[in-house]
Write a protein that binds this ligand. Structure first.
Ligand SMILES: [Fe+2]
Ligand SMILES: [Fe+2]
Length: 273
């Protein structure tokens, strides 16, 4: 099956490129499943129900989150009626919503999506490795799911790479998110899991991680906040990871980088034409 994972879309610029281009990509590439990280979708901070619905209408099948999950307080409420919205897996017990969900793909396949969050240079949380292990014990590839997608939302490359090898052979893909800059190390790990340390953001790259440059620069130079962080509105690059899985094993057979529009060099998976 053909899976596209799209990295953290930031603000209106990130949303626009996804809403404009995703329907065409689904048709051209015959995509079976699309996951989008939406933690920065609303002006860079969190997600609203209206945006969640717009992304589903454009063809997203699952939307993952991260440390910005609750920046829009309404997400704490509407997530309970949003079965395709997945918040960090290792939040404390009792957190609204779900950190892992079984989602039906366009071809009817069962796709398990989970969103563990790292702990290095981030808020303290429960062990993401133990949390992933619990989910995979309860629902294994092939017997329980046709494909398994892990969005590992973390600052440290080491932690994301460790998660890749931890899950290698047990899931279809492990995609790093959160740093908002794509890495060039996408590959299939020895036991068959597609991996990238960070898929990059879907936003305006003429920015500091998707935000207008002035305020971040001011804070680095003077250590005094002058204003708010605001999502940069220039043309976005859609950054993603294209993965084809083997229908008998659920593991990855091909992996490629996707970068479309905006300031970054274009990349598209040659194996999808
Ligand atoms: Fe993000
Ligand atoms: Fe994040």
């Amino acid at each position: 099956m053909r899976i596209l994972f799209i990295g953290d879309l930031v603000g209106r610029s990130g949303r626009s490129v996804v809403l404009e281009r995703l329907p065409g990509l689904i048709a051209d590439w015959k995509l079976d499943f699309v996951a989008v990280n939406g933690e920065n979708a609303a002006g860079g901070f969190g997600i609203t129900e209206a945006i969640y619905q717009d992304l589903l209408d454009a063809g997203a099948d699952a939307i993952t989150l991260g440390n910005h999950a609750w920046d829009q307080r309404e997400a704490l409420v509407f997530i309970e009626r949003a079965p395709r919205l997945i918040r960090p897996l290792n939040f404390p017990p009792g957190t609204p919503g779900r950190g892992a969900a079984m989602v039906e793909a366009k071809n009817g396949a069962r796709v398990l999506v989970m969103n563990p969050m790292g702990r290095i240079f981030m808020d303290p949380l429960d062990d993401p490795f133990a949390a992933v292990d619990r989910e995979l014990t309860a629902c294994a590839l092939r017997s329980g799911a046709d494909a398994i997608v892990i969005d590992v939302h973390a600052e440290a490359t080491s932690e994301k790479q460790a998660m890749g090898y931890f899950a290698d052979g047990r899931v279809s893909l492990v995609v790093g998110t959160h740093t908002h800059a794509p890495t060039a190390d996408h590959r299939i790990l020895p036991r068959g899991t597609a991996f990238v340390s960070d898929v990059g953001m879907t936003g305006d790259y003429e920015s500091v991680i998707g935000m207008n440059r002035e305020e971040p620069l001011t804070r680095f130079l003077r250590k005094i906040p002058q204003g708010k962080f605001e999502a940069s509105m220039g043309p976005a690059t859609l950054c993603g990871l294209a993965v084809e899985t083997d229908d008998t094993t659920g593991l990855a057979s091909r992996v490629g980088a996707v970068r479309l529009g905006g300031r970054l060099e274009e990349a598209r998976p040659a194996f999808w034409g």
